[in-house]
Design a protein around this ligand. Structure first.
Ligand code: GSH
Length: 199
């Protein structure tokens, strides 16, 4: 399968889960800062918004990091990274997968852009309630679903690391320890090292 990616972007999430899965994959670099590179027809077919990451798995095309993580976990994880569709964990799993693009990322834009929070009108609530919901969801568990690491931790863990990198992660132990726990995983370390090699 081909992963259209670019170093130092959300693409690292997908390399992380591919490494967790032990999947065989090819990286196709698309410099999203270069308008010419973004015209690549294979990339355009895989990515309706011409954004990375995007995946082409033998003609099955998936764009958006949450959708790709979900696809890969369900298709290749053999139950290791996503609960079965009839499992009681499936509902929370889907919630936390969607929490990243639907809540964490818009809330980060609110914070970075100094927008006026409006918890009722904004679908993501606001930055502070995003953080408190996430902390409560983790509680004292190592991973968002409990003892078992899942694709939702790839989405959330990479977000915690991005938030910390941008100086936006509050000093709470819950989220900082979670970010550290994710960074201890060899698959994530490999994904980040690969980014360093490519820049
Ligand atoms: N919701 C998408 C966001 C993808 C996204 O914004 N990717 C950025 C890099 S992190 C990009 O391709 N930017 C180039 C552009 O939009 O011009 C996801 O999670 O994959």
């Amino acid at each position: 399968m081909k992963l259209y990616w670019c170093p130092r972007t959300r693409s690292s999430r997908i390399v992380w889960i591919l490494e967790e899965l032990g999947a065989d994959y090819e990286l196709v670099t698309v410099d999203v800062r270069d308008p010419e590179a973004r015209k690549d027809p294979g990339f355009r077919a895989a990515s309706p918004m011409a954004k990375v990451p995007a995946l082409d798995d033998g003609g099955i095309r998936v764009a958006d990091s949450a959708a790709i993580c979900l696809y890969l976990a369900d298709r290749y994880g053999e139950g290791r990274f996503s609960p079965a569709v009839d499992s009681p964990d499936r509902g929370p799993f889907l919630f936390w997968m969607c929490f990243v693009p639907g809540t964490v990322e818009p809330a980060m834009a609110e914070k970075a852009g100094h927008w006026t929070p409006n918890r009722t009108a904004h679908g993501w609530g606001d930055f502070d309630s995003m953080i408190s919901t996430w902390e409560a969801g983790l509680g004292d568990k190592p991973w968002i679903l409990g003892d078992h690491f899942s694709a939702a931790d790839v989405m959330l863990g990479s977000s915690a690391v991005f938030l910390r990198m941008f100086g936006m992660l509050p000093p709470s132990a819950v989220l900082n320890d979670y970010a550290d726990r994710c960074l201890e995983r060899s698959a994530y370390r490999k994904a980040l090292a690969l980014e360093q090699d490519e820049t």
